[in-house]
Design a protein around this ligand. Structure first.
Ligand code: ADQ
Length: 465
């Protein structure tokens, strides 16, 4: 969808995202690059072979005099840094992106505008626009990612025009886009829409998000509908909207399953949990992921089905995330408290129905856990897509484990038949869904699993390139 017909060679791709897929760590004045985690990084890993340059913030302030060695290390990885001082980066990333935009995009809470954070958000988007417009050469494809850079497409468009460089701009939103009436709660909603509309093509995970965006532009900016379906006409241009559901590189997981070390870990964990139904949960510690809802539902399940209390174990991995934001600290306390209550009430000296891991785990351990689990329980309040659902499916193969999935994930719109869908707001609904998963017959599990397999093998890229 983002091909350049005039060029005989594949154009270069410039990717812009808030964070680089590498992060820089400092040790005694020496800088090192280490791989960072998260859904966006996982989604883009498959692009390794194309000619590309990835621009983003390295995750920390780096003094002028230290930038040369950092630039060299990054260039080897097809990456380049957009340098920001700490205060600015903090106000842009936590102050506006995570504290204001993230909740509104996920239908959470009312908005309390923070003018200083908004100022920083605009400044950072401008710094990205300056940097990319210098870097770009005629014909490059520019691909902007996610909610931290909503103003970038239009800022970039005007700078490129001034420099007489023609480069198509694509934008992809990894989060949901809410209905216009909710989005309206943000006092700078129109500026942000105009920012995104600087793109030539705008991608979303699902039809719902795309339609919500289209509706917001029409109602708030009075844009036209363009010549064809899902085209917007704005300032003498036509912008294409599209649904490009993000998938995973499933072979990365199936290859890992053949690794002898992972195989032996699978045997080991299998023996450890012999005779038990294992339910796995892997989520960033984020209120959008519905961890309290999941634990309350599991608590209800144990209360209603005491016959399962020594025969089931929920292994919940909560990856630490955004710990500087107040809501995330509060969430962590709530989740720890609920986990403690469940263990306190149901554990015996030889068994516990809940293992709560509030740390990051290695890829090998993740694959082994996905593989041995009879079910995967994901209870997001809202989730752009949810890649864990696909990763679990990739690691199950002929085990035919059951995916128990919140209906508020993007993934749910593709996996109605491949999973058990539920509304996480209802503890008894979660409990019923768990019970249904644990008691499902072999034939039904197989039929559902085939749907999951079809999805993961046909959704392997973010945007086709
Ligand atoms: P996230 O909210 O981060 O992504 P998700 O889609 O679940 O959510 O992806 C998380 C990723 O982190 C998975 O690929 C998972 O394997 C990986 N991960 C898990 N444990 C890890 C660990 N210990 N270390 C490193 N990585 C780990 C956002 C949106 C989602 C959307 C994605 C992609 O919120 O809705 O699906 O982007 O668009």
């Amino acid at each position: 969808t983002m091909t350049n017909n005039d060029a005989s060679e594949k154009p270069r791709l410039i990717i812009a995202s808030n964070r680089l897929p590498l992060s820089i760590t400092e040790n005694d004045g020496k800088y090192e690059a280490t791989a960072s985690s998260g859904g966006l990084v996982s989604a883009l890993r498959g692009l390794g072979a194309a000619s590309y340059l990835w621009l983003g913030w390295p995750g920390m302030e780096i003094k002028e005099e230290d930038r040369d060695p950092v630039n060299i290390a990054l260039a080897k990885e097809n990456a380049a840094a957009v340098y920001l001082d700490d205060q600015l980066a903090q106000n842009h990333y936590n102050g506006f992106s995570n504290a204001i935009l993230w909740p509104i995009l996920h239908y959470q809470s009312g908005v309390i505008m923070n003018p200083k954070a908004w100022e920083a958000y605009q400044t950072v988007n401008e710094i990205f626009a300056d940097r990319i417009s210098e870097e770009a050469t005629e014909g490059d494809l520019i691909w902007v990612h996610d909610y931290h850079l909503l103003l970038l497409p239009s800022l970039l468009r005007s700078r490129l025009q001034a420099k007489k460089k023609k480069c198509p701009i694509g934008f992809f939103l990894h989060t949901p886009f809410p209905v216009d009436d909710f989005w309206r709660g943000l006092p700078v909603q129109e500026d942000l829409l105009r920012g995104i509309l600087g793109s030539d093509i705008i991608g979303f995970h699902t039809d719902e998000y795309m339609k919500n965006f289209e509706g917001a532009c029409e109602i708030l900016l009075g844009t036209g509908t363009g010549t064809a379906e899902h085209h917007i006409s704005h300032e003498d241009r036509t912008i294409k909207l599209g649904r490009y559901a993000v998938g995973i590189d499933h072979t990365r997981f199936t290859d890992a399953l053949d690794d002898p070390a992972i195989q032996s870990r699978i045997q080991e964990l299998g023996a450890l949990y012999k005779g038990k139904a294992v339910i796995i949960g892997v989520d960033r510690m984020d209120y959008t992921k519905g961890l309290p809802e999941k634990l309350r539902g599991f608590q209800a399940f144990l209360g209603e089905h005491s016959e399962w209390s020594e025969k089931v174990v929920l292994i919940q991995i909560a990856i630490p995330s955004r710990e500087e934001v107040k809501e995330y600290k509060e969430l962590e306390e709530e989740v720890s408290k609920l986990a403690g209550q469940i263990i306190g009430k149901h554990a015996t000296p030889h068994s516990t129905p809940l293992l709560y891991i509030h740390r990051s785990v290695s890829f090998a351990e993740l694959v082994a856990l996905y593989s041995i689990s009879n079910a995967c329980l994901l209870a997001s309040r809202r989730d752009g897509m949810n890649l864990v659902a696909s990763e679990y499916a990739a690691c199950q193969q002929d085990r035919h484990g059951v995916l128990v999935l919140s209906e508020f994930t993007g993934a749910a719109s593709f996996l109605k038949h491949g999973s058990i869908l539920f509304n996480p707001a209802s503890a008894s609904g979660v409990s019923n869904a768990i019970h249904q998963a644990l008691t499902m017959g072999r034939e039904e599990r197989k039929a559902k699993y085939e749907e999951l397999r079809d999805f993961i093998t046909s959704h392997t890229r973010c945007v086709s390139y």
